[in-house]
Design a protein around this ligand. Structure first.
Ligand code: ZN
Length: 287
């Protein structure tokens, strides 16, 4: 099996079992996942194409693809990530594009100080996005447009792509000369995996993720596409109390006790982010 990014034939099979195929569902057949020993990329043997489409993906994995569901599920999660990004770059007076914008909660928040806001996502969000923002229903429609952007956001998206290099290249083509391209990527080398191993992986591996990145493989991909790293940091999306409950029950946790206080948790999260063993990675890149 050749690595789709570095093209080396140095891959090893790391999973040959059922994959999560919905909220609490697993495939009946075993699926293979490989890891490249050269660039560290982890990838699904048979990549899925239709789960790039948020209409299908959100229905299966979030239970619904409605605007209401997007608001309740994504709004608080996304706001937290946006606040992190705002520590590093200024959105004021900028032309901003969000790929995978969903019901545009981020764009709504950014709009008042921006020069232009635009979103790319499935047509199911079209009526909602076009109320306040420029809208693209597909990557090819974006490609055809003449608009360029100062900031392009793609948060929790590249792992779903069928052809991740083509996707990133298209976004690079839409970036102004001094613009920023921002990715939030789930981190394969996170503390949950290191502590729980298969009790974490059986929930984390899913049919909708064609790729799993860590710092090394993300660095490799972006370097290959000639992008320069402006900021690279971890983003820890859950607190340590959540991990402790997962550790105790060996099952994905919804509710958990707040055993340790916010001060301790914040400090721990900073370390997890610093050492890049957090649940996600944040890359701010330039051409
Ligand atoms: Zn590779």
């Amino acid at each position: 099996m050749y690595c789709p990014i570095c093209k080396k034939n140095k891959t090893v099979l790391i999973w040959n079992n059922r994959l999560r195929s919905g909220k609490n569902k697993w495939t009946t057949n075993k699926k293979k996942i490989f890891q490249c020993k050269n660039c560290d990329l982890v990838f699904l043997e048979k990549k899925n194409k239709n789960l790039e489409d948020n209409k299908i993906f959100r229905k299966i994995f979030d239970g619904s693809n409605s605007v209401g569901k997007y608001y309740s599920f994504n709004k608080p999660r996304e706001k937290f990530k946006l606040k992190k990004i705002q520590c590093y770059i200024n959105f004021k007076n900028k032309k901003i594009l969000e790929s995978g914008c969903g019901a545009a909660t981020n764009l709504d928040y950014l709009k008042k100080n921006a020069k232009l806001t635009a979103g790319l996502d499935s047509y199911i969000y079209q009526n909602h996005v076009t109320k306040n923002h420029k809208y693209y229903n597909s990557l090819s429609q974006l490609k055809k447009s003449k608009e360029k952007f100062d900031i392009i956001l793609s948060l929790g998206e590249i792992e779903h792509k069928f052809d991740v290099q083509n996707f990133v290249k298209t976004l690079i083509g839409k970036l102004e000369k001094n613009g920023f391209l921002i990715f939030r990527i789930p981190n394969f080398d996170n503390i949950y995996k290191f502590i729980l191993n298969n009790d974490f992986l059986k929930y984390d591996y899913r049919v909708s993720h064609n790729y799993y990145f860590n710092e090394k493989s993300a660095d490799f991909l972006f370097r290959k596409l000639k992008l320069k790293t402006f900021v690279k940091t971890g983003i820890q999306e859950y607190d340590f109390n959540h991990l402790l409950e997962y550790f105790r029950t060996r099952k994905r946790v919804k509710n958990y006790k707040k055993i340790y206080n916010k001060k301790l948790i914040d400090m721990t999260n900073l370390y997890l982010e610093k050492y890049k063993v957090s649940t996600s990675l944040l890359y701010i890149l330039r051409k």
